[in-house]
Design a binder for this molecule. Structure first.
Ligand SMILES: Cc1ncc(COP(=O)(O)O)c(C=O)c1O
Length: 448
């Protein structure tokens, strides 16, 4: 008997009483601006995590497909990371000046990141991309940067643009993402079409103004597996045009391969930015790249020197957690084949089901990164995302949550190495059943 969404909502409400109370209290105290789009399909407050699972304030257990927005590659509370954090806590966790903990993680990153000849640590992925932009401007003496249709590189002002949906697909123009973004910044960023040859022509045309072209290793909003040729050609075009090229590996670093998108797609940029997995679950960012470009970070007195800094940058607690996570991944390369196979199995089972049952939805994945799109039409860039099935989408996530599967409000989902075959089986079952429920209730509106 298919379940209706109203029934699922009522069941969920009945078992998440404490979360509901906390949501009410929180709305009195906190402005959840950020949470507006990061909110789960229903207010759920998480109390603890263990492996592939999180437990909410009412004690309900969920398979977690957020895993900290992708950062817990090894699942929650990995024992090696927990031990490293405890060990560092006993020695003091914040000094401000260089600590013995930094060099180890820097060496691990140098070894893992194909473009890395130097490393600078900061605290978030947003800071990392902000510094990469500053470094490119300092090094090149040029001001303009180019980013791709559908990008996300963090919350700083240089990245707060979205595509104007009325602009032509081969020459996208942008709109500010919300208020508070100075108009003066507008001319400093240009948008390029994603996975489209017109991007190369635009770089060529604007080469004298462009300090940097930056792209995500895999777009978090659009996990496309076939991006290798595009990335390689992009690297070549940038090189030929004398424009620095950065791959933002904040999500893909240590996830789509140990060496990130650079390794998976065999492409070497001038700079790469990191975050998430690199910190073992604690706040982190890093910029790596060619020694001559990275030299701008050695101080204002350096040739074309730029400022970088930050109270918590390279803090010992993060460095130890990150080293423990990265060392474990280095010592267990089989994790990557396993997690990719798990992601592929999940996507192919869900896609076979939607095809067999004529449900207008598809799952896209690059290994362990995945997202469901509620449409039949193919997706090349974010431009192709159709929001017409918003009601079906919302209902689907509510059903999934009610069945014990948590997908973050961003809908960008991830597996960890703690998601074993039993959890994948359960995810397949919950996704299929929930899609069937939404379809049976005609929330796609395609049943006539
Ligand atoms: C590709 C990419 N770059 C940068 C960021 C910003 O990282 P943070 O949230 O740590 O500031 C994100 C965050 O999701 C991201 O996906």
């Amino acid at each position: 008997m298919p379940k209706r969404v109203a029934e699922a909502r009522a069941e969920l409400l009945a078992k998440t009483v404490r979360s509901q109370q906390m949501a009410d209290e929180r709305s009195e105290i906190l402005n959840s601006g950020l949470a507006a789009n990061l909110e789960m399909p229903h207010p759920i407050f998480i109390e603890r995590g263990e492996g592939a699972y999180v437990f909410d304030a009412d004690g309900n257990r969920y398979i977690d497909t957020s895993v900290g927005f992708g950062l817990h590659m090894l699942g929650h509370r990995h024992p090696n990371i927990e031990a490293a954090i405890k060990q560092r806590a006993e020695l003091g966790w914040m000094f401000g000046i260089h600590s013995t903990s930094q060099v180890r993680l820097a060496n691990l990153l140098l070894d893992a990141s194909p473009c890395a000849e130097r490393v600078v640590f900061c605290n978030t992925g947003s800071e990392a991309t902000m510094y990469a932009i500053r470094a490119a401007r300092g090094f090149s003496g040029k001001d303009k940067i180019a980013l791709f249709d559908g990008f996300y590189h963090g919350a700083h002002d240089y990245g707060m643009w979205m595509t104007d949906p009325t602009s032509p697909p081969d020459a996208p123009t942008k709109l500010p993402m919300g208020h508070g973004i100075p108009r003066a910044l507008e001319d400093l960023t240009m948008l390029l079409p994603y996975r489209h040859p017109a991007a190369f022509e635009l770089i060529n045309k604007h080469q004298d103004e462009l300090a940097l072209v930056m792209i995500e290793g895999v777009q978090s909003s659009n996990p496309q597996p076939q991006v290798g040729d595009f990335l390689q050609e992009l690297a070549e075009v940038c090189r030929a045009c004398g424009v620095l090229f950065a791959i933002d590996e904040v999500i893909t670093g240590f996830r789509v391969a140990y060496g990130g998108a650079q390794e998976r797609f065999d492409v070497t940029p001038d700079l790469a930015t990191y975050g998430k997995v690199l910190g073992g679950g604690l706040p982190v960012g890093a910029i790596t790249g060619r020694a001559d470009v990275m030299n701008v970070f050695t101080g204002l007195a350096a040739d074309r020197g730029v400022f970088s800094g930050g109270t918590f940058s390279g803090n010992p607690l993060t460095m130890e957690a990150g080293s423990a996570a990265v060392t474990y991944l280095k010592d267990h390369p089989e994790i990557y084949a396993d997690i990719d196979a798990a992601g592929d199995r999940l996507a192919s089972e869900v896609n076979a089901f939607t095809e067999n049952h004529q449900i207008p939805a598809q799952m896209k994945n690059v290994g362990s990164m995945f997202q469901l799109f509620f449409q039949r039409e193919p997706l090349n860039s974010m431009r192709d995302v159709n929001t017409v099935n918003g009601a079906a989408e919302k209902a689907f996530y509510l059903h999934a949550l009610n069945r014990g599967v948590l997908v973050p409000g961003t809908q960008r989902a991830f597996l960890s190495s703690a998601h074993k075959p039993a959890e994948i089986d359960r995810l397949i079952d919950v996704f299929q059943t929930s899609l069937a429920d939404v379809h049976a209730e005609d929330l796609f509106g395609d049943r006539g």
